[in-house]
Design a protein around this ligand. Sequence first.
Ligand code: HEC
Length: 220
Amino acid sequence: MKKVSIITVIVLGIVIWGCSDVKREPSRVYMPDMAYSRAYETYASTANLDSLGIQYTRQPVPGTIKRGELFPFAYAQDKAGDSTNYVLSKQVPNPIDSMQAVHMKEAERLYLVNCGICHGTKLDGNGPLYNAGNGPYAAAPKNLVTLDMPDGQMFYSITYGKGQMGPYGPQLSTTQRWMIINYIRAKQAEAKGGGATSTTAKAGDSTATIKAPADSTVKK
Ligand code: HEC
């Protein structure tokens, strides 16, 4: 009887001791592939993976092009404090110089999903996250209607992020990013009273074309 109660106390003690400290990280990883997913997990920390011999190849090998990539972008992200490629990207022309209304509709959808929360559904830089400075997001997003910036440089900032804005290279394909830029151009033209680039044109109407302004190809 005594033996049983001693064993019970020991077992209980081990259980309580085992539960007392919440461990989110395994202390010794015997099989890292099982502890850490090799699959990409959005926003997951990859801090200690290199030491475990797991190599995440986040960026493509320089000089290679992803299969199916239609519009490879030549400029890599600048190192902190450098803006060489940011400036050089100005001369990259928008490879999509016109879009059918059905693609414009898709570009609008992509914009609303990814950008509208900050830049606003009207592109005025006043989305619900910012809310004229009263929102939870302190940094003022750019007003995209009045933004006077060459397409290539916009592409650079959307791809690698800018200031408090995160990068959209991992989320959106190059085609999708150029499409969104065309959508922004269409809205700018609309605001100027251009009219011809309305996104409300009927689906399949190939006359709804957008021409990138001449300055997107201007050399530095
Ligand atoms: C979390 C909020 C947020 C989201 C989401 C967001 N932006 Fe921004 N964006 C900002 C802020 C803040 C700035 C101003 C950054 C600065 O100048 O420091 C900015 C700046 C920009 C600029 C100007 C960049 C430059 O080089 O000055 C462009 C273009 C832009 N955003 C486009 C987009 C597009 C397109 C999307 C969607 C794919 C998007 N943004 C999503 C917050 C956001």
